[in-house]
Design a protein around this ligand. Structure first.
Ligand code: IMP
Length: 422
């Protein structure tokens, strides 16, 4: 069987958790391929809201195998907190969870380095989640990092000490406060001890064997395409490959196994942290979207910046990942707004362009908008034909523009408000 990929097409927070929750029961394996505790996938299980940071979203289903892939950076402390939260819900997330031996470990000094680096940048700071993501990936590519499999080695403490020593040189140079370190380290070593009890394997074999045996694998992305290390609004990006290609390298599965690529987007745009956001609204409409959409970060609680849908950016993300199906979230948030605006192109240096400028010039573009009819506030049942006329027109318009089917429309927080068209 093939591997399908689910990923965000904007700046993260598109509602991937809700979609995985709908799709997961049809898969045998759900695998996270990049990112780490900077992610926050919100799921509702038995009526209770649950935010997952590193554990794949299939964990609520005992029959699904959940894999934390080699492309992930794992913080053992956050991981153990997630596990405790799941245990408290009566789940047994031990047998159906496997960690890649090759995933990188986030160590306590990575968090301190993240904070020190952001402080150093002053006004140019990225707005990082400060979870140590950037420094951990830095060490991975510098070939200096610790991997999950290392926790099983006899020389683990020595390797840790060596890495910490290198970090302390930098932290000392940046005059960063180390007061929190002893407590962070004590918690970290306690969590590492617990990590040893989990299945730690070469998950690329496990995944390829599963595919060869006819099992269905869903690769679960974190963050969004516009935060991609190569193609996002650099340098205001995360440190991993958030596109479909990242699923192949982040899991060790060849591109020929990939079938569907589900691209998740919101009916409007949001962004947390700094960086260009061409369609950002600084007015009452932006505030209304934030309020109606409860747009506050699930990892950091920060208010999200809000704006209209950006079509050039959406098309760019679809192109980069070879998206085969679109899934539109939070359509209900736009209900009652008239008209609804959609950015179709940009003005840049006196020219009109439909290319997404994923560099500093993204801050210099002026969006060109088209107006679309809105739709009234209304509770909607689960059939496309029963959606308000304006919303159906919005869907058809976006399908025509992207050339892709929108196979899921989320029109409210409840599962019953999800319209499926596949
Ligand atoms: P980092 O990945 O924590 O270094 O953060 C880099 C940038 O990506 C910041 O602007 C963050 O706000 C943003 N970011 C990281 N993870 C997420 C996410 O899961 N959702 C939305 N934004 C994110």
């Amino acid at each position: 069987m093939p591997m399908d990929i689910l990923l965000g097409l904007q700046w993260g927070d598109e509602g991937k958790g809700k979609v995985v929750d709908v799709l997961a029961p049809t898969y045998n394996v759900v695998a996270r391929f990049q990112g780490g505790p900077n992610a926050g996938h919100t799921l509702v299980h038995d009526g209770v809201k649950h935010v997952l940071h590193q554990v794949p979203s299939g964990i609520f289903h005992a029959q699904i195998l959940n894999v934390i892939g080699n492309g992930v950076v794992l913080d053992p402390v956050v991981f153990c907190k997630e596990i405790d939260g799941l245990l408290a819900r009566g789940l047994q997330p031990v047998h159906n969870l496997v960690l890649s031996r090759k995933a990188q470990l986030i160590v306590p000094t990575h968090r301190l380095l993240d904070a020190a680096s952001e402080a150093q940048k002053g006004d140019a700071k990225i707005g990082s989640t400060l979870r140590g993501i950037g420094p951990a990936y830095q060490d991975k590519y510098a070939r200096a990092g610790l991997r999950v499999g290392d926790v099983l080695r006899a020389d683990f403490a020595d390797r840790y000490a060596q890495l910490k020593k290198a970090h302390l040189v930098v932290l000392d140079h940046l005059s960063h406060d180390l007061e929190a370190l002893p407590e962070l380290e004590a918690n970290w070593f306690a969590a590492v001890e617990r990590l040893r009890a989990f299945r730690i394997e070469d998950t690329e074999y496990l995944l390829n064997d599963a595919l060869a045996q006819g099992q269905k694998v869903l690769a679960e992305g974190a963050q969004g395409s516009l935060l991609d290390i190569d193609f996002g609004s650099y340098p205001y990006v995360t440190s991993s490959s958030t596109m479909a290609a990242g699923a192949c390298t982040g899991l060790g599965v060849a591109p020929r196994h990939v079938a569907e690529v589900f691209g998740i987007f919101k009916a409007y745009c949001t962004r947390v942290g700094a960086g260009p956001f061409p369609t950002e609204l600084h007015d009452a409409t932006g505030e209304q979207i934030r309020r109606q959409g409860h747009e506050f970060g699930s990892t950091t609680g920060r208010p999200r910046r809000t704006g209209w849908l950006d079509l050039p950016a959406l098309k760019y993300a679809c192109m980069l990942s070879g998206v085969t199906q679109l899934m539109m979230m939070k359509a209900d948030v736009l209900a009652g707004m008239e008209p609804i605006e959609v950015c179709t192109a940009y003005r840049l240096d006196g020219r009109t362009t439909t290319y997404y400028p994923a560099g500093p010039e993204a801050a210099e573009v002026t969006p060109i908008y088209t107006q679309r009819p809105g739709w009234p506030t209304s509770a909607t049942p689960g059939h496309f034909e029963q959606l308000p006329n304006g919303l159906r027109q919005y869907v058809s318009y976006l399908e025509a523009e992207t050339g892709l089917p929108i196979t899921l429309i989320s029109n409210g927080p409840d599962r019953v408000d999800t319209v499926l068209r596949f």
